[in-house]
Design a protein around this ligand. Structure first.
Ligand code: SF4
Length: 63
């Protein structure tokens, strides 16, 4: 599984950081989220799926 954040949709609401602090960072400049690495370790897949469901903007995609 891989994960990415659509910067055009992200509004910096930080729900993803709460769901999976291991893989998301928030920009100090605009508050938008980014992923530290696209490849999701198997042990973090459940947290990423939670982040996808919890993002109010639908900005997190897995592929
Ligand atoms: S939860 Fe969604 S909108 Fe909020 S920072 Fe994360 S990706 Fe952006």
């Amino acid at each position: 599984m891989k994960v990415r954040v659509d910067d055009g949709l992200c509004q910096g609401r930080a729900m993803c950081i709460l769901a999976c602090p291991e893989l998301f960072d928030l920009s100090d400049e605009d508050g938008h989220a980014s992923v530290r690495q696209a490849d999701v370790p198997r042990e973090l897949e459940a947290k990423i799926e939670q982040a996808v469901r919890g993002c109010p903007e639908g900005a997190i995609q897995t592929y």
